[in-house]
Design a protein around this ligand. Structure first.
Ligand SMILES: *[C@@H]1O[C@H](CO)[C@@H](O)[C@H](O)[C@H]1NC(C)=O
Ligand SMILES: *[C@@H]1O[C@H](CO)[C@@H](O)[C@H](O)[C@H]1NC(C)=O
Length: 299
């Protein structure tokens, strides 16, 4: 009964076009999970012309920072900033904040400076080849959003010091061998999110060392990801205006966090950390990320 309802509503809301590409295709870009209707799953413009027509503001250009292409934000909210190449294609997204806490001023966070001199920190994801973000070379348009998920994990100014590879290439297929080799541990599957993978976690770890990026798979395909900040000096504010301004951050906490881990795997420190700051990024339609195909892993 529940499955019938879910599938019925999926067909109505996603329409024939996107259904024909399959549930795990990268067809859209949204951020923020929410249990409350009409609060989460907030769209991010998937082309430069779309961003402009919706009144998003240009924060950086290739001339200022060749890492970010043309970076845009809505109402100066730096929490979810898409960037585009000179052809106007969506190229990636930066989840930013002015002060992530000193313990987060390391990769995968990178530092940036806006045109007006304001510095900020962000986790930067590329959906296409970073080498061409500021070039006129046109990149494959077969996939609407892109063909990869690469995180910038260091700047390549000095190859000798940082190594030639300053990106982490996320496995697009849920393969336990590959994920395990990269330090990822399978967590819980949650409706509207997918199957979580956490990196470098252990039951007795210190919450100040939580790796902020998590991955989400549906039917063994990477379909979403996010960041979760749990360290003591994380940005956290309960002021009402803050929540209005930065509507894309989520604030889970306490015992509810156990749903995101397999039983017995959650770091013991985590439910005692208070309210976390998290954000989900969806690469397709989150209505498909219902864990039905991952049922055997839920319990
Ligand atoms: C710089 O721009 C950002 C984003 O538009 C804004 O929030 C900030 O107040 C600006 N800083 C200055 C010094 O004008
Ligand atoms: C997972 O990756 C390993 C290592 O690349 C490979 O040998 C294996 O066949 C893959 N498993 C599946 C189910 O694709």
């Amino acid at each position: 009964m529940l499955a019938t309802c879910l599938i019925g509503s999926l067909l109505v809301s996603s329409g024939i076009a996107s259904a024909s590409f399959g549930p795990t295709a990268w067809t859209d870009l949204k951020t923020t999970w929410s249990a409350a209707p009409f609060k989460g799953f907030i769209p991010v413009p998937t082309s430069l012309s779309d961003a402009k027509s919706r009144g998003w503001d240009e924060m950086l250009t290739c001339a200022k920072d060749s890492r970010v292409g043309y970076l845009y934000a809505e109402n100066e909210d730096i929490s979810s900033m898409p960037f585009y190449n000179s052809n106007g294609q969506i190229y990636g997204i930066i989840l930013g904040m002015t002060d992530p806490g000193q313990s987060s001023e390391i990769p995968p966070f990178n530092s940036y400076t806006l045109s007006n001199g304001t510095a900020f920190w962000g986790v930067q994801a590329y959906f296409r080849d970073p080498a061409y973000v500021c070039s006129d070379t046109s990149v494959s348009t077969n996939e609407k959003i892109g063909d990869r998920l690469w995180f910038r994990v260091g700047d390549n100014f000095c190859l000798f010091l940082l190594g030639p590879n300053s990106f982490y290439e996320v496995p697009l297929v849920e393969n336990s061998t590959t994920l395990d080799n990269d330090g990822w541990l399978m967590g819980g599957c949650f409706v509207g999110m997918g199957m979580h993978y956490w990196r470098y976690v252990s039951v007795d770890m210190d919450c100040n060392t939580v790796y902020p990026i998590f991955l989400l798979y549906t039917e063994q395909k990477l379909t979403a990801w996010g960041i979760a900040m749990a360290h003591d000096d994380r940005p956290y504010c309960t002021l009402f205006f803050f929540l209005l301004l930065f509507k894309r951050w989520e604030h889970p906490g306490g015992d509810s966090l156990k749903f995101f881990f397999q039983e017995g795997d959650m770091p013991t420190c985590l439910p005692n950390q208070g309210t976390l700051s998290t954000q989900h990024v969806y690469l397709g339609n989150p209505l498909w990320y219902n864990c039905l195909g991952d049922f055997q892993k839920i319990f």
